[in-house]
Ligand binder design. Structure first.
Ligand SMILES: NC(=O)c1ccc[n+]([C@@H]2O[C@H](COP(=O)([O-])OP(=O)(O)OC[C@H]3O[C@@H](n4cnc5c(N)ncnc54)[C@H](O)[C@@H]3O)[C@@H](O)[C@H]2O)c1
Ligand SMILES: O=C(O)[C@H](O)COP(=O)(O)O
Length: 627
């Protein structure tokens, strides 16, 4: 019988029958449902470690042959006071040591989904890598006991965050410790691909000596496009420069000076893919980057390009890549990640002679795994102790009454952040963010932490793999070089007791270029303002223009010369594409002068429909924004 499938009772140890076990190793299991306070609470006895030997197999205690009942129950009490952590994938020893100093640790690898569900209600924390699916069923099966899921790595696409939040379970990750390992693997794959190392190795092991067949290409002097200039991408760029490559990068949200600092030029996506000999992918998998490499993109690359992917399989349409390899558009590919992992063994991509593959090894170095293990173990222990986790990825913590009052403003703040970031032109980068709140409340009575966090979330999430909440918002902003300032405008004359907590929120992004020039204020910053009307967030200003559109669905902003018939023309174009308009407003400078039309739409218009809107002669500029 293993320790986690043993009978559980709350608050005291349930000792399994000695008759079923060797007398030297009595096993028992306990539940800590009461040990964790509301937010993962502080478990008082958790640090007072043990009587007896507590092994990696969690709640396993040895007692000498003939040990007294008192000794057994004393050991039981010590174990009962510790939380239980299930580690479901291989974790570095140093991290296990940190965990063992605090908790009963159970390492059980390769669990099926059913086995994981069967054990989880006996665990306070679960630590995984990318191979364990922490689905809604797992949270349901935990029956409220699971307090923390620790992801020993960056990507948390294998954890159902929505379910975690619903079940009050904090999710933490280890975002930095495997950066260098991933970058090194990218460089290793690029070099191995260019020199046919894997193919030549297989050929020799098959008894052949094919020197002419495996002539490679050189890296020196070649152009490498790094797509995604975050933690891993910038380390790849640095290393590639050391190999004598000309490195360019595309990252719509990376500050230009960070790229300049290491001698890398920021270019547009089309320029990057059209001019490079090698492409290395380092962006997160988001709705925008999903299948960003597809038939259309491959048609624009330099013929014979070589592609490396150590990011996420889903950023490439794998069928399109096979076609591009077959017709020579792409000469070679080196892939560490796949849409489905593991991929089918007969996958035409994996079996393609011009493709080099590794089974998601980017983070798999001894050093990275030790680093990740320590990082995640400390985060999990801190969280079980009720401390704020800097790498938390879900679960905002705000008193219920504050949350309920601010609820519609929380939505407004996130949507304003989302709008603002989408209005920024590709290459200008974002550094300064100013949030202005107008309110009749005494500034001391207004807790804006969650609003600031939500603006940060709106700005960061659409463009990265980072998940932002109240816990990690400031940390994330700082890490990404965002300087967020807040300003409060006290509205005299209002009655704070009767009124809403806020009149309006403005988000300003300074020193950026905009995709929609009208979003720039007189002082040259992207500016959007919103209010809550009847509980619904509305956009009320874009740049210097007043508009009024509810922030639901998606948004089209058009600047045009004020003239009759514009609403009808654009409405008809959208109607022809079955796109439902849910809200529309026009704000203008003066009669017959410039005006801005803000159109809320339920569906996403096709490219063709958007270009028809752009073709309306009176429309000077327009932009489609996802809320
Ligand atoms: N293979 C592995 O084992 C392994 C290891 C570590 C990380 N990863 C993956 O690598 C990726 C990058 O990780 P990171 O830690 O550098 O993340 P990061 O958040 O530091 O960097 C991602 C960068 O991509 C940029 N970006 C977002 N949308 C983009 C777009 N449309 N085009 C170009 N750039 C865009 C962001 O601005 C950001 O700078 C993630 O997908 C991560 O899961 C894989
Ligand atoms: O997102 C990550 O950190 C990497 O993809 C590594 O995943 P792994 O921990 O399963 O190796």
């Amino acid at each position: 019988m293993d320790s986690l499938s043993a009978r559980t009772i709350i608050g005291r140890a349930a000792i399994s029958s000695p008759a079923l076990l060797p007398p030297q190793c009595l096993k028992f299991s306990v539940s800590f449902r009461s040990a964790a306070a509301p937010f993962l609470g502080r478990s008082a006895g958790a640090r007072s470690a043990g009587v007896g030997r507590i092994s990696c197999a969690a709640v396993s205690v040895s007692t000498p042959v003939g040990g007294t009942d008192a000794a057994v129950s004393s050991a039981a009490a010590a174990v009962a006071s510790k939380p239980t952590v299930l580690v479901s994938e291989k974790l570095g020893e140093a991290g296990l040591e940190v965990l063992r100093g605090f908790a009963n640790v159970n390492c059980e690898y390769n669990l099926s989904q059913e086995e994981l569900c069967a054990k989880i209600s006996l665990c306070d924390a679960l630590i995984v890598r990318s191979g364990t699916k922490v689905s809604r069923e797992v949270f349901e099966a935990a029956k409220g006991r699971l307090k923390v899921v620790g992801r020993a790595g960056v990507g948390i696409d294998n954890v159902d965050l929505q379910a975690a939040t619903e079940f009050g379970c904090l999710v933490v990750n280890a975002p930095t410790a495997n950066t260098v390992a991933a970058a090194e693997h990218g460089i290793a794959l690029m070099s191995a691909m260019a020199r046919n190392v894997a193919q030549a190795d297989a050929s020799m092991k098959a008894g052949k000596w094919q020197r002419n067949k495996f002539v490679g290409v050189s890296l020196v002097g070649k152009t490498l496009a790094v797509l995604g200039f975050g933690k891993v991408g910038s380390e790849v760029a640095r290393r590639a420069k050391g190999l004598g490559m000309h490195v360019i990068t595309h990252d719509p949200y990376a500050p230009a000076d960070r790229a300049r600092a290491i001698g890398v030029e920021l270019v547009s996506f089309d320029e990057a893919i059209a001019t490079s000999d090698f492409i290395s992918l380092h962006m997160p998998l988001t709705p925008t980057t999903a299948k960003i490499f597809n038939d259309e993109t491959f048609a624009k690359v330099k013929k014979g390009v070589r592609i490396v992917n150590v990011a996420r399989g889903g950023v490439i349409d794998e069928d399109a890549l096979v076609r591009a390899l077959d017709n020579g558009t792409v000469a070679q590919a080196a892939l560490d990640v796949f849409t489905e992992e593991p991929p089918h063994k007969d996958s035409p991509l994996v079996q393609h002679p011009n493709v080099t593959v590794t089974p998601h090894l980017g983070a798999s170095t001894v050093e990275a795994q030790e680093g990740v293990a320590i990082e995640i173990a400390e985060a999990v222990v801190g969280a079980l102790n009720g401390e704020l986790a800097a790498t938390a990825v879900n679960a905002p913590m705000v008193p219920a009454e504050v949350l309920s009052e601010l609820a519609p403003y929380v939505v407004l703040a996130e949507k304003l952040g989302r709008l603002a970031v989408q209005l920024v032109a590709g290459r200008s980068g974002i550094k300064g963010v100013k949030i202005s709140y107008a309110s009749a409340r005494n500034p001391d009575d207004l807790d804006t932490r969650i609003l600031r966090a939500m603006v940060t979330k709106g700005i960061v999430e659409p463009v990265s793999s980072v998940f932002v909440n109240l816990v990690n918002a400031d940390f994330t902003a700082k890490q990404r070089g965002l300087r967020i300032t807040e300003e409060r405008h006290f509205l005299h004359g209002g009655n704070p007791a009767d009124g809403a907590p806020l009149e309006s929120i403005q988000v300003h992004l300074s020193h950026v270029e905009s995709r929609f020039a009208s979003a720039l204020s007189d002082s040259g910053e992207v500016r959007v303002e919103g209010r809550v009307k009847d509980g619904i967030p509305h956009l009320t200003h874009v740049g210097s223009f007043a508009v009024d559109v509810s922030l639901e669905g998606n948004l089209i902003l058009c600047r045009q010369v004020d003239q009759p018939g514009m609403i009808g023309r654009v409405g008809n174009i959208l109607g022809d594409d079955n796109v439902n308009v849910n809200y529309m407003s026009v704000g203008r400078i003066g009669h017959g002068q410039q005006a801005i039309m803000a159109i809320g739409v339920d569906e996403e218009p096709s490219k063709d429909t958007l270009s028809k809107i752009g073709d309306v002669p009176a429309i000077q500029e327009f932009v489609f924004l996802k809320l």
